[in-house]
Design a protein around this ligand. Structure first.
Ligand SMILES: *Cc1c(COP(=O)(O)O)cnc(C)c1O
Length: 388
């Protein structure tokens, strides 16, 4: 009997080591890993450059506290500022912490301007912003909130794609709209670029803030560093996590000047956030991701993968209903419940993970090769062929 609290339906397998796109179990069997820690290992397993960066830093200094200046943190913040809309960055350790801080920063901005009742956040029903008390009630899915009442107040909701519902839900008390640029757990649902532009315009008109949760779709996953860059808009607050540490836990919130003006020493903090060891991983990821051609390659491989998956959809319309995604954030939306399909992929040594709406999520590392994508396509084809 496991001593681990029973909160996960775990597959009865464990892995000994990983290299790039592959994992090896205790019998030495090789699996093509298109989960990658749920879009965390953006450079695959055991990447030599990341290994070296962490090893080097681990011999110098791990942790000191944000009571002191941390040069590695300054460096990563500066790079994020240079490459994105952001003027300032706050570092943490996970996605939920980042989204929760994003909510705090939005509220604090209006508080600091004397608008103390402007503190409600408008979110999409059945989205995913994390598992803390506040973020489950922001996400508003029954599966996540059941048994965890009383409700954390301060969130209003609209349905995905419901423009009228969104406009109606905005009140004088709305401080911000918070959405995932691409809904991950919710089923790889893209918000079209024109709607993202519309969201920005709407927020400007209503004088409220736009928070785009890029914890899953950010850090190169969509083929650009941030998914909202495709729509050429600038949000006010962006929580990130998953990919930024390449497997090392890092969360962060990026904000513009305006939002930053609401914060001052003592208003927020994190013990572990931004420690030198974590930052060495983040800086190493940035080194690689901004090498010439890296992001373009994600885009190219993603387009190829989605195009080929659509061919399989045409061949097996009774199994595959729709192919969703952008870049290497890919979802196969099946006609029926996806559990057995995921198991059959597993039997054929391809690892994938579920999302809502019968979706099988495929999250290769961003440096996946075309050969490995073809390997996955062959497995998916084989499973479809024998599926009933
Ligand atoms: C995974 C995820 C989170 C939560 O991240 P944790 O590190 O698990 O706390 C928040 N938002 C989105 C969009 C995510 O995909």
């Amino acid at each position: 009997m496991s001593a681990i609290l029973n909160t996960y339906n775990r597959k009865k397998i464990s892995f000994k080591r990983g290299k790039g796109s592959f994992l090896y179990d205790s019998n030495g069997k090789r699996y093509l890993d298109f989960v990658q820690g749920i879009a965390v290992n953006c450079l695959g397993h055991s990447h030599a450059y990341l290994n070296k960066a962490i090893q080097k830093q681990s011999k110098k200094l791990w942790h000191v506290s944000n009571a002191f200046i941390i040069p590695e943190q300054e460096k990563l913040a500066k790079r994020l500022k240079e490459k994105t809309f952001a003027d300032y960055v706050f570092f943490q350790n996970s996605g939920a912490e980042a989204t929760e801080a994003a909510i705090k920063f939005a509220r604090r901005y209006f508080y600091s301007k004397g608008q103390k009742r402007k503190n409600r956040i408008l979110c999409i029903n059945n989205s995913f912003h994390g598992r803390t008390l506040a973020t489950i009630f922001a996400s508003n899915s029954k599966k996540m909130t059941e048994g965890f009442y009383p409700k954390v107040d301060g969130f209003d909701h609209f349905n995905f794609g419901d423009h009228k519902g969104l406009e109606k839900a905005i009140t004088s008390r709305t401080a911000a709209i918070m959405v995932e640029t691409i809904l991950g757990e919710g089923g790889i649902k893209l918000i079209p670029d024109v709607c993202l532009k519309g969201l920005r315009t709407l927020c400007n008109k209503k004088k409220i803030l736009l928070i785009l949760d890029e914890v899953q779709c950010g850090i190169g996953r969509s083929g650009k560093f941030f998914a909202f860059e495709h729509a050429k808009i600038r949000p006010d607050i962006v929580p990130i996590a998953k990919g930024i540490g390449g497997g090392f836990p890092i969360g962060a919130v990026l904000v513009n000047k305006k939002v930053a003006s609401g914060m001052k020493p003592g208003t927020h903090g994190s013990t572990f956030g931004g420690n030198p060891l974590a930052m060495s991983a983040g800086n190493a990821v940035m080194d690689i991701m901004f090498k010439k051609g890296f992001l373009n390659n994600v885009k190219k491989n993603g387009e190829y993968f989605i195009k080929e998956l659509n061919k399989l959809r045409e061949r097996y319309p009774n199994i595959i209903k729709e192919v969703r995604g952008k870049g290497l954030l890919v979802g196969l939306c099946l006609q029926k419940e996806q559990k057995n399909f995921i198991h059959q992929l597993f039997v054929n040594k391809l690892l994938s993970i579920r999302a809502a709406e019968n979706v099988v999520r495929l999250l290769p590392p961003l440096n996946v090769s075309k050969k490995e994508i073809n390997l996955a396509l062959n497995v998916i084809n084989k499973v479809c062929e024998n599926y009933r």
